[in-house]
Design a protein around this ligand. Sequence first.
Ligand code: ADP
Length: 288
Amino acid sequence: MIDFIDLSKTYSNGTRALSHVDLHIDDGEFVFIVGASGAGKSTFLKIIMREEVPSSGRVVIDGVELNGLKARKVPYYRRKLGIVFQDFRLIPTKTVYENVAFAMHVIGAKQKEISRRVPYALSLVGLSVKAKCLPNELSGGEQQRVALARALVNHADIIIADEPTGNIDPEMSRDIVDLLTQINQNNKTTVIMVTHEVDLIQQYNKRIVTIRNGTVVSDTAHPDIVADEAAMEEPIKTAPSGYYYAPSEDEEIEQFLQTYGSQEQPDEARETGDISFAAAARSAQSDE
Ligand code: ADP
């Protein structure tokens, strides 16, 4: 369950990105978040990811008050989340299989569990046959499916997809939303998808939350309503459409570790004697 309670966010330069947002998302819901560039969509996701904290008001996710969450607990909290970005963020030197397995290594999963879960996650996104390929051997749509497999391999409760179709061909975009729908329905995973693409949204009958100037201006299951929001610009592409975006390997690994890994073991892991996340991540990097 996700609750934004009278939440506002003003950045240090005085920009008010969110203003008095009250929003409730139930477990297992699928919600599109739409709005023009600068409306506050990324800030909304960053608050859920605990990359930003509200200036006032509260956010409660599955009973966790994010305002009071200690910094060392943040990577552990984020394991509830599977995050999919517009630019895929795959590690270019790892195969499809290794990219998905890496997400499990980082959180200290056992080898046996990795060998079981990774093929399953790849089969869910229809990429079993590409397990040994490198990201640059895949189309944009396929790379995004790998990112989706990586997001769901650790049993995330909530999938956060930030413009997941922004860098892929329009005909592939539907595949990604269909897959997200399937994950949402089969696993009861909550899905929150930010998008500019009104045409795409209108093909589905799902909840649509529209943000304008930091305020929720509509919250409806009726796709016609967002036609008014057609002023939304095209998403800014961070990579050439359809094909390979070349990230730096170190940057991708570092970002992943900062998000989900931690030197500090959460109490739960300590009790069960799980290996340290940092050690797991180091061993994951030297696995090949
Ligand atoms: P969207 O994702 O809908 O494009 P954002 O949440 O990125 O919108 O931005 C909302 C507003 O907050 C914009 O005016 C943007 O310029 C501003 N903003 C976003 N991030 C920062 C930041 N780190 N510092 C200052 N202003 C920011």
